[in-house]
Every structure is written in C-alpha cells, then in structure tokens.
Design a binder for this molecule. Structure first.
Ligand code: CTP
Length: 395
C-alpha cells in the first residue's frame, strides 16, 4: 500500500532517533518516497548525512539554507505529503504541535500538512505519564491525528516502563493498514443519520433524548477515511466531524430527517441509521408558549413519527446496504434481529447497556453486529472512533 506514497518523516531530538534510519529503509523498500524533516536537536542523535543518503533527498531542518538563502517551503512540503509521520516525537514537540508553537521547520510543516499525521511518542516513563503529555496527546487525537502508542520496556534511562517508541516495523504496519483501509470505500456514497431528534411542543419546549451524535459522527469520519463520500443527516448536536470532507445536513425533527434521507437514499450505496429518532411527536405544535395553568396533571397527545430505517428498507434496491442500530434492555439479541428483519436491514449493531462505558454520551462503546445471513461479530469496549473503524471495515 505504500508504493509511490509521499511520506514526510519528522524526526525530533530523542534517543530513539537512531531507529529512524531503519524506519526510512523500511518505507523506501516498500516503494515510498521519504522526505526527512528534522528538528535541530534531532541532529544531535542522528546525522542528516545518514538520512539523506538513505532517502536520496537533502534533509530539511531550517527554514532556509544559510549559504545560498534557498527557502524551504513548509507549505509545499505539507501539500506534497500523502502522510506525515513524526517518529520519535518528544514531549517537547508533541506540546508544540498541540499548541501551534511553530518555531521550527517540523512544526510549521505539521501545521501546513493536509495529509494524515501519525505521531509515535518516545520519552521517559515519567514524562510519558505526566498529565501535560496526556493532555497534549489527547489534543492531537482531537485534531484527527493518529497516535502510535509507545510500547513498554527498558528505556534509555534504564528505567522500565511505557515510553519506548514503537518499533519501525510496527509503524510501517500502521501506515500500511491506514492506506489499505483508506481505499476500502473509495467511490462509495454513504448516508448516516446521527444524534437525537427534537419534536417541538411549543416555541420553547421539545421532546428529545440523550443522544450526543458521537457514534454517528465517528462512523462518518471512519467512512470518510475509508475513501467514501459521506453525508450525515444530523439532529441537533454539538459534535462536529473531524474529516473535512464529511457533509452535514442539520435537521431538527424526525419528519425533517426522514425527508432528507428519502431525497439522498436513491444515490446512496450504504446507509447507516445511527440516529436516536423519537418514535412519537406532539400531535400539534403550539404557536404560543403552553401556559402552566392550574391542573395537577396534563396530557400531551402524540402521533407516530415515520420509521426512517423501515422507509429506506422498503425502497432498498439490489446492492444497497442498510445498517441499523438497536439499543435494547432485555431480550437484546432477539429484539435486535427482529428489528433487522422487520426493517429489511442488512446488518444491525446492538449497543449493550450492560457493559459499563458503553452507550449514550460516553467516548467508548461495546457492540455486537448481527448480519442478515446469521453471522455475528462482537466488538469489545474501545473508543467510539475504533468501534466505528471496525464497523466500517465490516462493510
Ligand atoms: N429508527 C428510525 N426511525 C425511527 C425509529 C428508529 O430510523 N422512527 C432506526 C434507528 O436509527 C435504528 C433502528 O431504527 O437504526 C432501531 O431503532 P430503535 O429505536 O432501537 O427501534 P424502534 O424501531 O424505534 O423500536 P423500539 O424503540 O420500540 O425498541
């Protein structure tokens, strides 16, 4: 998958920089073109000559070459790259990347990079465990960067713990997997519903639910990373897609969501119904605020909302894939499979409320996927982004 890919390898000043030479060799052996960008302190650990000899390209480290004045454009480099890998990434560089401290060529290139960025931290165990490192890595993840988790083992300090840069072979595998999955859904159009729906009672009140849209948006990002053209029809949420190519159509009510989905579905290859759609809405919407009055109880008449998944299921043509979600509290598997059949879905993802950390408003999830042909796959507790990646790879 790396053949012909343009890779920027950012090297920072840590002892693991000596492994960069091997990383370059492995990338080049797989047909990649590698441009090394080093921080000034990285040169204390490995020489630019070693790296330029291996890559066949001058190493970039300063903004310009001192004796000729030749300017090195971080913008052009950022545009050239299919991926940027920072390995090893020290705590200092991770902090600069997280906070936009663009005081060297590596960080300016990072800020200009349009391609996916992979960060392989390497540092002493206490630095790795420090809350500032944890926070900075969390920030990088929130920007959509991929953190290649460090391994545990003996460190340069002779202490044993977490902080060893992942081995070059494994870094290459991560890149290989990334490029393999990034073409899986190339040319496919994916429609995803996400978030809750709000059903208006009057100008200031609505019936809604606790869905945050996190799972739906994680699926949208994963599908976009797999090369799909993604449209999210989204109820009111504060979450945003990380992938800029994801198109979001905001809606409020189930009826609006149904209308948008019916418009888009005929041009769709895969539809994933992840929204928590209100099953009922107030039978009438009041123009003026409903007053409290004197009654101890009040009755609100509700009417049934359209079942969007079932509507798409009725209109599904050969080759289209329709995916549903189910959140059940009892008879989970039976109820989920019955929904799959009644709505004409191809697979259904069962959210487990029994697993702590799974379900609404968490960053993690654990699900079971049931296929119409009887197969079943369990995805254990992991981040919603990883669950989304697994679901997309099943498609
Ligand atoms: N769904 C939908 N439109 C609705 C209700 C549900 O598109 N009006 C979709 C959901 O997005 C989900 C699947 O149908 O993919 C199952 O949703 P769920 O709420 O679990 O099922 P319901 O059919 O509403 O059944 P119940 O609430 O009685 O369990």
């Amino acid at each position: 998958m790396l053949n012909g890919k343009h890779i920027i390898l950012g090297i920072t000043g840590g002892i693991a920089a000596y492994k960069s030479a091997l990383l370059v060799r492995l990338l080049i052996k797989r047909g990649a073109e590698v441009q090394v960008v080093m921080t000034p302190s990285a040169k204390e650990f490995i020489t630019p000559v070693t790296l330029s000899a291996l890559t066949g390209k001058p190493v970039v480290s300063e903004f310009f070459t001192a004796n000729t004045g030749e300017w090195h454009s971080h913008v052009d480099l950022g545009l050239w790259a299919d991926a940027m890998v920072i390995a090893p990434a020290t705590a200092c560089t991770i902090g600069k990347m997280a906070n936009g401290v663009a005081d060297n060529m590596l960080v300016t290139t990072y800020l200009s990079a349009k391609a996916p960025v992979f960060v392989a931290p390497a540092m002493d165990l206490d630095m790795m465990a420090h809350p500032s490192t944890t926070r900075n890595l969390e920030l990088l993840r929130s920007y959509g960067n991929h953190v290649i988790e460090p391994a545990s083992g003996e460190l340069a300090s002779h202490l044993v713990g977490r902080g060893r840069m992942e081995e070059p072979e494994n870094i290459v595998r991560v890149l290989d997997d990334y490029f393999a999955s990034s073409s899986r859904l190339a040319g496919k159009k994916v429609l995803i519903t996400a978030g809750p729906t709000y059903e208006r009672i009057d100008p200031v009140r609505f019936i809604g639910n606790f869905s945050t849209g996190k799972m739906g948006y994680a699926l949208a990002d994963a599908a976009a990373r797999a090369g799909a053209e993604v449209t999210v029809v989204s109820g009111p949420v504060s979450v945003r897609p990380k992938e800029s190519s994801v198109k979001v159509i905001p809606v409020e009510s189930a009826c609006q969501m149904a209308d948008r989905c019916m418009e888009i579905f005929p041009q769709t290859d895969i539809a994933i119904m992840c929204a928590a759609v209100a099953d009922y809405a107030p039978a009438e919407q009041l123009d003026k605020k409903l007053k409290r009055g004197n009654c101890e109880t009040m009755t609100l008449e509700l009417r049934r909302n359209p079942d969007i998944a079932a509507m798409l299921g009725k209109n599904k043509r050969d080759g289209q894939i329709l995916v549903g979600f189910a959140l059940e509290t009892d008879n989970e598997e039976f109820n989920a499979c019955r929904k799959m059949e009644s709505k004409n879905l191809d697979l259904i993802v069962l959210n487990s409320l029994a697993v702590p950390g799974a379900g609404f408003a968490t960053d993690t999830n654990a699900v079971s996927v049931f296929f119409a042909d009887g197969r079943r796959t369990d995805i254990p507790l992991m981040s919603k982004a990883d669950v989304a990646g697994k679901i997309i790879s099943l498609l």
